[in-house]
Design a protein around this ligand. Structure first.
Ligand code: SAM
Length: 285
């Protein structure tokens, strides 16, 4: 690896070809929540995601890349940054990378990062700030899609209330497409959330199939907003619904009982952030 020799001291890159290498085993174990919780770390696949994380100040513990990454300037730079921040770099065979990611055609790079959560006290409440609170979200794809949408509309972050799916699972991380690294996450239980909400100065709008108002009939623009979304199967429990300033519904015309949680969140966020998002200039033909 020609340029790596210039940027890294010898011995800082370990070559690994054995599936039974203990470091590889530890990384593979991160597929399980139990080990992610214990280590407070998680995997991000692909050079783009790894660079997104690094550029947003996330702490990398281990960078793993396939032999094919040798000589790739971006991979080498990521490796040098990992070493500079005290992390470990592994150069592995394709077989090892496949087993880490459980994919036949794995990405060339995998990063192991420290998990990061914010506190309820970090939730901002300036005029125009929008946070999404999710009650017991269970589906990793939904959570990842919501984090990505929160990022896209310029909302501030996501509060996970109660027993939610793990935002640091491989599936959720994949679904965020990198937005995980720029959207602050808070986790709490219902009791603490409701206590904290007593002093929240903005409006808490809950979405409910039995909501009393159409979501388009409310002016969301002049205060901080907390958008509360219910669990995929059960919707919002009364204990949360009762504490909302408004309960809104999204009208439906067909036979579907409800919208998918991530879709409903997207519809709401685009309405709440309507005035804040720039109008794209029209293309003239
Ligand atoms: N069976 C559940 C129920 O009775 O509420 C359906 C839950 S739905 C799949 C998941 C969440 O998406 C709901 O709790 C609500 O937050 C939101 N949602 C879905 N469709 C909605 C609609 N038409 N109006 C308001 N919220 C909706």
């Amino acid at each position: 690896m020609s340029s790596s020799r210039e940027t890294r001291a010898p011995g800082q890159v370990k070559e690994v070809t054995s599936l039974s290498n203990p470091i590889v085993k530890d990384i593979k174990a991160l597929a399980l929540k139990k080990f992610r919780d214990r280590e407070r770390s998680f995997m991000a696949e692909g050079l783009k995601l790894v660079l997104d994380a690094m550029n947003n100040g996330w702490t990398i513990r281990t960078l793993v890349y396939a032999k094919a990454g040798r000589g790739n300037a971006a991979v080498e730079k990521a490796a040098a940054r990992t070493v500079a921040s005290g992390g470990l770099v592994l150069e592995v065979s394709e077989k090892v990378l496949s087993s880490i990611t459980r994919r036949d055609n794995p990405q060339m790079v995998v990063g192991v990062f420290e998990q990061r959560y914010h506190r309820l006290d970090d939730v901002t409440s300036a005029r125009g700030d929008v946070w999404v609170a999710l009650d017991r979200v269970r589906d990793p794809g939904n959570l990842g899609t919501i984090i990505r949408t929160v990022d896209a509309v310029g909302a501030k972050g996501v509060i996970l209330v109660g027993d939610c799916t793990d935002p640091f699972s491989l599936e959720t991380v994949r679904a965020t497409m990198g937005s995980l690294f720029s959207v602050p996450l808070v986790r709490t239980d219902e009791e603490r959330f409701l206590k904290w909400r007593e002093n929240y100065p903005g409006m808490m709008a809950g979405t409910h199939l039995k909501g009393s108002v159409d979501y388009r009939s409310i002016d969301y623009s002049d205060k901080p907003m907390l958008l509360l979304m219910g669990n995929e199967q059960k919707g919002l429990p009364d204990s949360l619904a009762e504490r909302c300033d408004r309960l809104v519904r999204i009208p439906q015309a067909g036979r579907a009982d409800s919208l998918n949680l991530a879709v409903a969140t997207g519809v709401m966020l685009y309405e709440i952030r309507r005035d804040a998002l720039p109008i794209e200039s029209q293309e003239t033909k």
